[in-house]
Design a binder for this molecule. Structure first.
Ligand SMILES: [Mn+2]
Length: 431
């Protein structure tokens, strides 16, 4: 255990040594290429080295689909094992230093102790996520017909109390954001009064908002559909920003890449939310059809780049502060989750690095002069640049792996965990 991280540090060093010659060569070549464009490669590298994105605790397990779950031998079955896997991800990629926990899934009796365990693994915590979209054992009231928007005041009260409990847990974990996503909605026209259900949401959310400590934010996550398929109470960024504006300055909107209608211009939503100081966070994943929760950048890396282009525009023109909470939010059945998290972290940092390469003076001038092709080329030139040597050098410089997935495979981590950990259940997964 080097520096409290789970993987043998000497293995990483040995594999890095073998890769370093080619990497330095590629990095020097890229540096010369960027210098011709007036860009200092070291500046980009230091920005990438300072970039980070949180990993969700549940992202270390195989999430499954609504239909089935296929467990992986050696996957984590509790928060302590999830933290170990998150530490492996962070040790190798060095841009995921925080874990976003989910309650009650990650419930323990001693949160100060949990925080210490995380710190010993080189990890901190990020936004706490509440869960009122499923019933828990021993729960008094069911969320079968809604939670924060239920027609039953006792159900709403229970859902509000759970969110306030999450805030208390978050304080113990050193967190300052509460992410609230509800599955409330309907499957039939006429099932629910569309206006009153939103009123009930605002009333419940205001009670949670009132419990936010100073410096905290409530991140409202919208999702177009699923589990409700006719109407969802917080279905879109419109509902989200209306709620956030109604609640007050501590309420912000959280954009999940997968939670929109197909082909929606998500980068424009980012720009809109930022314009009104309401962009609070971002969940990264990818999709082809709906909320597929596929690995970030695996299907459409260009969209990820365009999102980061807007995030960097927002950073350059901050309104009411600009400090979005970034988290990977993906879940499926077909890979080792650690490998997927490593791949996604790389894809996200790649999009960020490419967006840093955009010639913003050229872009602004072209936009003002309505030179469409010049504006497009400002983006395209940045997008087609291979930034992988910058990412690898940033990782190696921070003690991570030149090739994270190859190093992970060489470590034999999953096989070792399969021998040590109890098998995960194959009950229906949660996404
Ligand atoms: Mn999400």
């Amino acid at each position: 255990m080097a520096n409290g991280f789970p993987i043998d540090g000497q293995l990483i060093e040995r594999l890095n040594e073998g890769a370093l010659g080619a990497l330095e060569d590629d990095y020097a070549s890229l540096g010369r290429q960027l210098a011709r464009r007036g860009i200092d490669v070291e500046t980009i590298r230091s920005r990438v080295a300072a970039f980070s994105v949180a990993v969700p605790s549940w992202g270390t397990g195989r999430g499954g689909t609504r239909f089935a779950r296929f467990p992986l031998a050696g996957e984590p079955t509790g928060i302590l094992e999830k933290l170990e896997d998150c530490a492996v991800v962070q040790q190798l990629c060095r841009i995921t230093p925080r874990v976003s926990p989910h309650f009650p899934w990650d419930k323990v009796s001693d949160y100060a102790g949990l925080r210490e365990v995380a710190a010993s693994l080189g990890l901190g915590f990020d936004a706490v996520n509440s869960n009122t979209f499923q019933d828990q054992p021993g729960q008094k009231h069911s969320y079968a017909t809604g939670s924060l928007t239920s027609t039953d005041p006792a159900v709403r009260e229970q859902a509000v109390a759970h969110n306030i409990e999450c805030i208390d847990i978050g304080r113990a974990l050193g967190v300052r954001d509460l992410t609230v996503w509800i599955g409330d909605g309907t499957n039939f026209p006429g099932q629910q009064d569309l206006g009153r259900s939103f009123d009930r949401y605002l009333d419940s959310a205001a009670q949670i908002y009132a419990a936010l400590p100073d410096g905290w934010r409530m991140l409202i996550e919208h999702k177009m559909f699923e589990p409700a398929f006719y109407s969802t109470v917080i279905a879109d960024w419109g509902s989200s920003i209306l709620a956030a504006q109604h609640l007050g300055p501590k309420a912000r909107c959280l954009v999940d890449l997968g939670h929109h209608a197909p082909n929606v211009n998500i980068e424009q939503i980012v720009a809109r939310l930022h314009r009104f100081g309401k962009l609070g966070g971002f969940h990264f994943n990818d999709s082809s059809y709906g909320d597929d929760d596929l690995d970030s950048g695996s299907v459409n890396p260009h969209r990820l780049f365009l999102v980061f282009n807007e995030l960097l525009e927002a950073e350059r023109n901050p309104r009411d502060g600009f400090d979005p909470a970034y988290m990977i939010d993906q879940s499926h059945n077909v890979t080792d989750p650690i490998e997927s998290l490593l791949s996604s972290a790389e894809a996200i940092a790649t999009a960020f690095a490419k967006a840093l390469l955009v010639d913003r003076d050229m872009l602004k001038t072209a936009q003002e002069e309505n030179d469409v092709m010049a504006a497009f080329q400002a983006l395209r030139t940045a997008y087609r640049t291979d930034v992988s040597p910058i990412l690898a050098m940033a990782r190696v410089g921070a003690g991570g792996a030149a090739d994270p997935i190859a190093t992970y495979r060489a470590s034999g981590w999953r096989t070792a965990m399969a021998a040590r950990r109890r098998p995960a259940g194959s009950t229906a997964g949660i996404v």
